[in-house]
Design a protein around this ligand. Structure first.
Ligand SMILES: NC(=O)c1ccc[n+]([C@@H]2O[C@H](COP(=O)([O-])OP(=O)(O)OC[C@H]3O[C@@H](n4cnc5c(N)ncnc54)[C@H](O)[C@@H]3O)[C@@H](O)[C@H]2O)c1
Length: 252
């Protein structure tokens, strides 16, 4: 039986890590349609938001400064603000996870568990969790005999970052099985656009910027890569937050 659709609600969004690149574009889409989203981020700076939002749009945004590893702070924010849609992006990127895997796990794995635990506790209020996984759950192409990798291929991450994302997908599944917490995890590839300034795959964005400025630039990696434009990615996150889906897919 298909799940009964939820009655329409008045969505209230909280986006973790939305002072980052993808989150800033999700916020831009929300304010452009008149919503007033909440951002939960530890960073005091707002340079990516300021780069893409008008002053009026910026004033539509609410901020909670907090760390996703602080369960009580996250839970309080969701409860007090009446949040119904949680989009979870806060994470450390590949180089930081490689340099300090223990801190990487705290933020990327425990932080994600905190988001799911809040959604479990507040199940009557939080209708949907959408979280950023990553194509890094797959390893480099040589792990797959140099052939193209279908979506259902074994997950063989080649970085701590990818291993943490794989762990998050498994935990999302268990929260759905054990507690009925409904979620969608997305696996972006290399996202590009204004505001992409950290991580190895920021190279194509920096190369585009250098080309416009007529400066030389060398991308630090090579091989085939799927590039996704950030505004398309942002809209897909929002579509998933709005869709009336139940549970999480049990396997590939
Ligand atoms: N950009 C890409 O190409 C890409 C590809 C695949 C997956 N992803 C995933 O998408 C999500 C967003 O990526 P992005 O490129 O916007 O990242 P980003 O690095 O630009 O932004 C991450 C944000 O998370 C915040 N953050 C970090 N630790 C935090 C903590 N402990 N508590 C609260 N906030 C914290 C940072 O301050 C920052 O604003 C991440 O989960 C990332 O792993 C990104």
């Amino acid at each position: 039986m298909p799940p009964a659709p939820h009655p329409p609600d008045n969505p209230r969004y909280l986006i973790t890590g939305a002072k980052g690149f993808i989150g800033a574009w999700i916020v831009k889409n929300l304010v452009e349609r008149g919503e007033r989203p909440w951002i939960f981020d530890q960073d005091p700076a707002c340079h990516r938001l300021e780069a893409i939002l008008s002053r009026e749009a910026f004033e539509m945004v609410h901020f909670v400064r907090g760390d996703v590893t602080d369960f009580e702070a996250l839970d309080r924010a969701v409860a007090d603000l009446g949040i119904s849609r949680l989009i979870h992006l806060a994470a450390l990127q590949v180089p930081l996870c490689a340099a300090d895997p223990r801190r990487g796990a705290e933020v990327n794995v425990v932080g994600t568990l905190n988001v799911f635990e809040v959604a479990r506790r507040r199940k009557d209020q939080v209708r949907r969790v959408v979280y950023a996984s990553s194509a890094a759950v797959f390893g480099p192409e040589e792990f797959y005999g140099g052939r193209s990798v279908p979506e259902g291929a074994s997950l063989l991450p080649g970085t701590h970052y990818g291993a943490f994302k794989q762990c998050n997908e498994a935990n999302a599944r268990v929260f759905a099985l054990d507690h009925g917490v409904s979620s969608v995890g997305l696996r972006p590839w290399a996202v590009y656009g204004v505001g992409r300034d950290v991580g190895i795959t920021s190279g194509p964005t920096k190369a585009i910027k250098a080309a416009v400025a007529e400066r030389p630039y060398t991308i630090r990696f090579s091989g085939g890569v799927d590039l996704q434009y950030v505004n398309d990615t942002a809209r897909i996150f929002l579509k998933c937050a709005e869709a009336d889906l139940a549970g999480t897919r049990p396997g590939p």
